[in-house]
Design a binder for this molecule. Structure first.
Ligand SMILES: Nc1ncnc2c1ncn2[C@@H]1O[C@H](COP(=O)(O)OP(=O)(O)OP(=O)(O)O)[C@@H](O)[C@H]1O
Length: 231
């Protein structure tokens, strides 16, 4: 755990339920999940395909609504927010790295990474410096001017990671952030996330199948059929 970690719960999840569909064909993706993640803690969520990892991350980040239960992020009751409120959450302290990258096709790597800083009205000189630092950290100095269609899948993922970290979020939510990366790039991205957790006291909630990422986590939560099982 980072030196910032202290009992200061950034994420509090209580008895969370989420289903898709209704009637006999309904899928109960989350069946009463509860846990807490502290400031500066890197929590890995593991479990078989279909165990509910993406559903859990999406509800915590406000992309999907829970059927029942409560999620609080940095003191905000996410489950009580309407759609606008949930969108606002992601501009304000919660960053998400999605499985499909979520980059803007028309923008260069530099512009994509700088987007959250633009939204927060960072002065341009400071913004440029932060973006350059992040692109360097993810090993993409030479690709700053490239648009997503000029980048490989691994490079797009690294841009997405840099963008998610740009505005020093309180909470980073990442769905298999190294899933589509080769071993070396995956290690670099994991080290980057671990480093940010250490340096900035970010709380990170990640789903992963990667043993190295699991080893780097402060805590591992095991999901099985929508329930947390003993670690
Ligand atoms: N939009 C949806 N409509 C219907 N069922 C869904 C939907 N999203 C997820 N599910 C179902 O909910 C369950 C949990 O899915 P989820 O994507 O959360 O699992 P996961 O652990 O993230 O899987 P993976 O590791 O394959 O990404 C699965 O049975 C899945 O088929």
């Amino acid at each position: 755990m980072s030196r910032h970690a202290r009992p200061d719960p950034v994420v509090v999840v209580e008895d969370l339920h989420r289903s898709y569909g209704s009637g006999p064909t309904a899928v109960h993706a989350l069946r009463g999940v509860s846990f807490t993640a502290q400031r500066g803690e890197l929590v890995a969520i593991v479990g078989r395909s279909g165990s509910g990892k993406t559903s859990l991350l999406n509800v915590v980040a406000g992309l999907e609504q829970a059927d029942a239960g409560r999620v609080s992020v940095a003191g905000t009751d996410v489950t009580a927010l309407d759609e606008d409120g949930r969108d606002g959450l992601r501009g304000d302290g919660v960053s998400m790295i999605l499985q499909g990258f979520g980059l803007v096709a028309e923008l260069s790597a530099t512009e994509n990474v700088g987007l959250p800083l633009r939204l927060q009205r960072w002065p341009s000189a400071r913004r440029e410096q932060r973006v350059a630092t992040l692109l360097n950290l993810v090993g993409l100095d030479g690709h700053a001017a490239h648009r997503p269609d000029e980048l490989s899948g691994g490079q797009m993922q690294r841009v997405a990671v840099a963008r998610a970290l740009a505005a020093s979020p309180t909470l980073l939510v990442a769905d298999e952030p190294t899933g589509q990366l080769d071993t070396d790039t995956g290690l670099a991205v994991m080290a980057l996330i671990r480093g940010v957790v250490e340096a900035e006291g970010t709380t990170a909630l990640l789903s992963t199948h990667d043993p190295v990422m699991i080893a780097l986590a402060d805590r591992v939560l095991h999901l099985e059929d929508g329930r947390l099982t003993g670690a």
